[in-house]
Design a protein around this ligand. Sequence first.
Ligand code: BG6
Length: 480
Amino acid sequence: MSEQQLPKDFLWGGAVAAHQVEGGWDQGGKGPSIVDVLSGGSHGVDRVITDGIDPAYHYPNHLAVDFYHRYKEDIALFAEMGFKCFRTSIAWTRIFPKGDELEPNEAGLQFYDDLFDELLKYNIEPVITLSHFEMPEHLVKEYGGWLNRKVVDFFVRYSEVVLKRYQHKVKYWMTFNEINNQRNWRYPLFGYCNSGVIFTDHEKPEQAMYQVLHHQFVASAQVVKLGHEINPQLQIGCMLAIVPLYPWSCHPDDVMFAQESMRERYLFGDVHLRGYYPSYILKEWERKGYQIEMQPGDEQALRDGCADYLGFSYYMSNAVQFSAKDSDDGRHIEGFPGSRPNPHVKASDWGWQIDPVGLRYTLNAFWERYQKPMFIVENGFGAYDTVEADGQINDDYRIAYLQAHIEQMKIAVLEDGVDLMGYTPWGCLDCVSFTTGQYNKRYGFIHVDKNDDGTGTMARSKKKSFDWYKQVIASNGANL
Ligand code: BG6
């Protein structure tokens, strides 16, 4: 297996998101976005969502890693690694600074024209997410975020502008990044970044979350349909954070609980890729007495706008135990009710459980369920790197993580026959962490000299993994 190559047109590359790399948060006419009011945190210290910009806080996304000014240098390094594609997102606030304007901001549009041209110069396909944890802060303050139906129209207007403008430069799109994160509605960061809503502020938080989701599902479907009308060549996918949840044991209660817990992920693929709400969610709403407001035509819109492919992130797996379902004993993995640390796998310094086989398991589970092409648009190892006295960064742990995951990905493609479009490891260029706002939680092949204590020159340098990944791509996955 290890010497075999992946299919010829396999899209090797790397991934980032606008707000985690660009900086230039108030340049080129850009408006404030929800991530611009997120303070820096650290492992175990939550990021604070502030009311506007508060000088008492530090906002790492304002500067990020200055990709806004340095993208040419960074893209040259991606090209040197042999990237076939590069995934990033468009900052909505560069195009519509407040979100409810009728006319877009030309300087913002021009920035992405220039960025895509630079990628295409090296034959690197842009892979673009329309909404990666970003929306104009104005839409949150004035309209209440995605809980308000009007935001559907604002998002569709923004999407129409960029789909039309870049249709001949960008073929691969995704609508909402990790749309399922907000299913963890108890965690303000997830709801806020997905939809501008802090669910726990609402009387019926879970119902509010489903209402938001309905709006986003409809918006996504409308955008897929519109995109195909603009240019039938466009491939518009959805994007889910997939963490397979294993049963803790073979006790039937654990097995059933794991299946039910997986619906927290399947729900999103089911609606995006099949075009309708599955029975288990309709029953749940009925049981809980939830009223989700839908407009005439919404059901049809969902059917007409099924996503072309499933993009997903995979970092870890988890195990869930029925008897821990409602337990609050502090032993669960944060964000995963009923979970228990899996004794068969190791974890990163941030507690993310490392499980390469889980990637093959995921690819097969979702392929069997949907029979639609898939794209691994995030995978990677967040770690503290050490710069040696001679400037070297020997990130063998990162190489080992990626190597093991690529090996399992190859088995899924070459032995199981899943339809996989490509692989873009997360944070190919060191960037600001989403969950903690840290610089020092690093994923990159390219080091950025910027640290949590404020030091650093922003200079770029190659880590050991840079040359390793270069030869993986050059051999089309044969040399790991
Ligand atoms: C995903 C996100 O959740 O994981 C990225 O799509 C994020 O935006 C990545 O950066 C890794 O998470 P973190 O918190 O380690 O940056």
